[in-house]
Design a protein around this ligand. Sequence first.
Ligand SMILES: [Mn+2]
Length: 356
Amino acid sequence: MEPLNNLRDERGLAGTRVIQSDLHVLLASDQRYVRGLLVTLASAAKFAPTDRHTTLHVINAGLTAYGVQEVRRLARRFPPQISLDLRSLNVPREIEGARKMSGSTACYARLLMGSFLPDVERVIYLDVDIVVNRPLDELWNVDLGGRLLGAVRDPHFQTLADDCLTHSQPELGDDLVHYFNSGVLIVDLDFWRRSSFEQVVLNYLSEHGAKCKLWDQTALNRLLRGHVAWLHSSMNFLVLPAQNHDFRVDQAVLFDGRAIYHMVGATKPWHAFLYHEAHTLWHRNWILLVRRFPTYALSPAFWARPVLWQFVRGSKLHEWACRVALRAKIYRFIPAVSEARLRSHLALFEPSQPPS
Ligand SMILES: [Mn+2]
């Protein structure tokens, strides 16, 4: 992957300049993500600047009346410099045929940010599976250097070709174009409107929407083709549901816990009966900021896994069990166990590699 490394060296991270204006943050959610929305809103409000006004704009892409009530109840506790702007939006016909994310087109709502916020010049976009844990103005102050938006390189999809499998264009160098995660964006909304980007992306989706593997993120990456300002990974730190390394160690070592955490993958921390790497982090916000009951405490997985991890993982017994299971091909009979999974466990016993 020689050329990719060259590209990586060429493009440094975006710098910052102080932008002393009121902050605008945009989110979009339907009812299925309402718990995520509440935590994202509450944590964003906590880390908003205290000397300026911040408006949290929420696109209601299918919240129930009760969901709306819950969001409004949360917003009543925000300090006076933070306000909520919650409105619905009609889905344009261009995205009706686009690939759905678990039956919904709500993930495309962010693409309408330019017309949803006609008087806003710059906006922070946040997914609703996020915990903000660093001051938001650090993201607000990113110097985009004339680019449409700033985003973080996706550690799981290195290049455009890794995502757009169905309509990759190697002749255009898709295997060299860096790929970003669209869960946290800082957008020059003025530029977005001036260049009619909304229509460009909607046209693209009406034609190719059914083939976009990662929905709106595929479309944004393809249309911008790497012409983005690259942000530091702590601005959108991707947390997978179950990683093989210790998330708590990562948090502490990488950036002293100061990050915007993004819970990617289908399993979310609010799915009470499944273990999630960021369970504790997310629920701390759920209990303290949203002031809700810690439902995870009812889940056996939540208790069993840390105990196993503490006492079994890394032990001789663990290594021996993995080797026996691999040799006897036991994994063929146990649904949750695979050969790849066993091998990933065995990798724990090999000398550790420096992070690349
Ligand atoms: Mn997300």
